[in-house]
Design a protein around this ligand. Structure first.
Ligand SMILES: *Cc1c(COP(=O)(O)O)cnc(C)c1O
Length: 386
């Protein structure tokens, strides 16, 4: 089920463009699918995928925990009503300041990315349980930028080192289990098979209790049923509590970027210039991500189909939303809807070229809520006046 053209036109009238729109019910449906597939799993939403307060509050109300890597994410999760005991702190950049802040906020579950990070925590001697993050050193068969589980990536520890750290933690009674997050947009079960084979070696040595298999579930078309069967098998064998850290899976399809056509340029390549581009949605420029894009309120019977590039308004060749798309001849003033934009959309938006970051609107029970107002030039200048 997607949002009606009438509703999208209302968003454009009331809030202008470009605007992100989040369908909270769609987030609930994605969560429902995960929970039905793996009812025994604990779910920690990866806040970086979409940290908007309306989204976080909706997930908090549904009983979801959080995976955070910065003080900002931690404070947002707490502000949205996710209790500290359901927050897992991860990331390769934990320093003493963040450690103190996290302890002060009541965080008691931490994923350790390296031995040196453990030494910092050890110096605090905290009452914290730790997960050891394994680098499975595999080809996660996704885009290079998303391949967090490759041997060359900065994340986690190789099997042997993970085992050594686990031994030290277990001796102190502070080992919760192991953590793997092998990448994002993983669509092949074979990747998880390889990970589970390595994890089996660790869980045979350490009866650790918890398995955090990370997130990375591809959108669309993640083989959820097969994944669930395989994981259930594994956690039963080793008597484990399963933790999932979905980001994209929960929010990608629930989010849309509404943008208006500002110019149309015919030529060897037809260019449609939209009022949103890489400053608003970076994924096409950064990863070559493909987002479905459609015209609002115009059908194929209304106008002849043409092939167009959909570009942003900035002076930068990577500034585009989509290439070689077939649409009913877009005209100036038309509304375009960029779909599957709820994850890594606004959260990666920038003020590049002094762009103003878009408004964010949430749809709940058919009504519209302004979840974050559009930035103004005053917002841009404010921090420089200090
Ligand atoms: C980014 C991240 C996630 C979520 O990834 P998705 O692809 O959005 O599901 C989960 N865990 C960790 C450690 C991450 O860095």
């Amino acid at each position: 089920m997607s949002l009606s053209d009438a509703l999208l036109q209302r968003v454009a009238e009331q809030y202008g463009t470009p605007t992100y729109i989040y369908d909270l019910e769609a987030i609930g449906r994605a969560l429902g699918r995960l929970r039905r597939a793996l009812p025994e799993a604990r779910i920690h939403y990866a806040v970086k995928a979409n940290p908007n307060g309306a989204v976080l509050r909706h997930l908090a109300a549904a009983g979801v925990g959080a995976e955070v890597i910065t003080l900002g994410e931690l404070r947002r999760a707490l502000a949205a009503g996710i209790p500290a005991k359901r927050v897992l702190l991860g990331g390769p950049g934990q320093d003493t300041a963040l450690i103190h802040q996290a302890l002060g906020c009541g965080v008691r579950q931490v994923s350790l990315d390296s031995l040196s990070q453990w030494r910092l925590w050890q110096a605090e001697d905290p009452q914290v349980g730790f997960l050891v993050r394994l680098n499975p050193a595999l080809d996660p068969r996704t885009h290079e930028h998303l391949a967090t589980g490759a041997a060359s990536s900065k994340f986690g520890m190789p099997l042997e080192e993970a085992g050594q750290l686990a031994e030290e933690l277990a001796a102190r009674g502070q080992l919760l289990g192991f953590h793997v997050h092998a990448g994002s947009q993983i669509g092949e079960l074979a990747v998880y098979e390889q990970i589970l084979a390595q994890l089996a070696e660790l869980y045979q040595q350490f009866p650790a209790g918890l398995l955090d298999i990370g997130g990375g579930f591809a959108v669309p078309n993640f083989p959820l049923a097969e994944f669930a069967t395989r994981l259930r098998d594994f956690i039963r064998r080793y008597d484990l509590q399963l933790v999932l850290e979905p980001g994209r899976y929960l929010v990608a399809e629930a989010g849309f970027l509404l943008t208006r056509v500002v110019q149309v340029k015919a030529g060897p390549v037809n260019h449609v210039i939209a009022d949103a581009g890489m400053a608003d949605l970076l994924r096409p420029a950064l990863y070559g991500a493909l987002h479905p894009i459609r015209l609002i309120g115009v059908t194929e019977t209304d106008r002849p189909l043409v092939m167009v590039d959909i570009d942003g308004p900035l002076c930068e060749n990577a500034d585009r939303l989509g290439r070689a798309r077939t649409l009913p001849s877009p005209r100036r003033g038309d509304l375009l809807l960029v779909e599957q934009a709820g994850a890594y959309g606004f959260t990666m938006a920038s003020n590049y070229a002094s762009s103003l970051r878009p408004a964010e609107v949430a749809v709940r029970d058919g009504g519209l809520i302004l979840a974050r107002r559009r930035e103004t030039v005053e917002d841009l200048l404010r921090l420089e006046d200090a």
